[in-house]
Design a protein around this ligand. Structure first.
Ligand SMILES: O=C(O)CCC(=O)C(=O)O
Length: 342
């Protein structure tokens, strides 16, 4: 595989043809932006992972799944139920449009985000939870083995849409079967996304309620459609929203691109803010609490000055500046070798 096969995503609706802006030739140009690599040899999974085969090899191990009456899942208002099914039964149901056995209604939608053995402590790892299937799935080594954090099954009914969120680790989303649309937003657009924790309150990104979310129009959308054999690089902090255009199976692999002690140790999902960010947010809360003791016009005055100071100290000068930094940490390391089930 050649590095220059990666294509960075371009802004959605741009007049450039296709979803790529250019083909990069130098690894150092591989900046912390989403990029897609098409037609990767992901191993035998590309041929083998039919519903029947997944059922046979994955067996009847219980999996915890999301089930909803509507395909657009909403974590903030919990419009879905957590249910448990044997893996083989889950895959069968997720692949059908109408179900003879169901929990909520005959056309309910299913989603699996696989979990570790001890869901509160251990990140998911395909090679531990589904060793026979993990053998079929190979990804190129884009990071050192000790950076590996988790590998997660993403199996969705046709039409299933997952809420917009960010994760704190770098991530490769591999599409094995089915097609999936992925929309992404830059971390620099966070303030236009109406965040509640790591999730956006704007559920319907295609037809947003602009009375409630007027700033959303300012968020630049990047988009691609993943086909079997495609890998999408989702850098940490980039927001993403997925829509399964068909029943499909994907695997995503997270790795730590910051030093290991930057991350919260009790975070099996890889979505808790880095330790220093959490501390800074707590310190801000304390600072605001201190300001509460002053009269409103003083709070306003010092609040504005604090904002300016934070901006000066933390903002990258301009989006294009961060994009163009040549930082070896910000590149995807390349290696032609493969590891099964990593
Ligand atoms: O593919 C999906 O359904 C969701 C992927 C995702 O959220 C991720 O890769 O972090």
């Amino acid at each position: 595989m050649k590095k220059n096969d990666w294509k960075q995503l371009q802004e959605f609706g741009s007049t450039n043809s296709s979803n790529t802006i250019c083909t990069h030739t130098k690894p150092s140009e591989f900046i912390r932006r989403p990029a897609v690599l098409r037609g990767v040899s992901l191993g035998p999974c590309l041929e083998k992972w039919t519903v029947e085969y997944l059922g046979q090899k994955g067996g009847n191990k219980d999996v915890k799944i999301h089930v909803s009456t509507v395909p657009q899942m909403d974590f903030l208002h919990k419009n879905f139920a957590y249910k448990t099914l044997p893996f083989n039964e889950f895959v069968k149901r997720a692949s059908e449009k109408k179900h003879s056995d169901f929990f909520l209604c005959e056309d309910e939608s299913y989603y699996l985000r696989s979990l570790g053995e001890d869901v509160r402590k251990e990140p998911a790892d395909l090679s531990k939870q589904f060793p026979d299937l993990a053998e079929d799935f190979h990804t190129p080594n884009f990071f050192e083995p000790d950076q590996f954090f988790s590998s997660v099954f993403r199996i969705s009914s046709c039409g299933l849409q997952l809420w917009t969120h960010y994760d704190v680790m770098d991530n490769l989303l591999a599409q094995v079967t089915g097609r999936k649309r992925v929309a992404l937003y830059s971390p620099q657009d966070a303030l236009h996304l109406y965040l509640s924790g790591d999730k956006s309150e704007v559920l319907d990104i295609d037809s947003p309620d602009l009375k409630r979310f007027p700033e959303f129009v300012k968020a630049k959308r990047y988009e691609c459609v993943l086909e079997p054999g495609d890998l999408l690089f989702i850098p940490a902090l980039w927001f993403h929203n997925t829509l399964a255009l068909q029943f499909g199976v994907g695997v995503n692999v997270f790795w730590r691109h910051l030093p290991a002690d930057s991350y919260d140790k009790k975070d099996p999902y890889g979505n808790k803010d880095p330790v220093n960010a959490t501390r800074a947010l707590q310190a801000l809360e304390r600072a605001l609490h201190t300001l509460d003791e002053l009269p409103p016009d003083y709070r306003d005055f010092y609040g504005r000055r604090m904002i300016q100071r934070i901006q000066k100290r933390t903002y990258c000068e301009s989006p294009s500046n961060t994009d163009m930094q040549e930082d070896s940490n910000s590149t995807l390391p390349s290696s032609p070798s493969s590891v099964p089930g990593s």
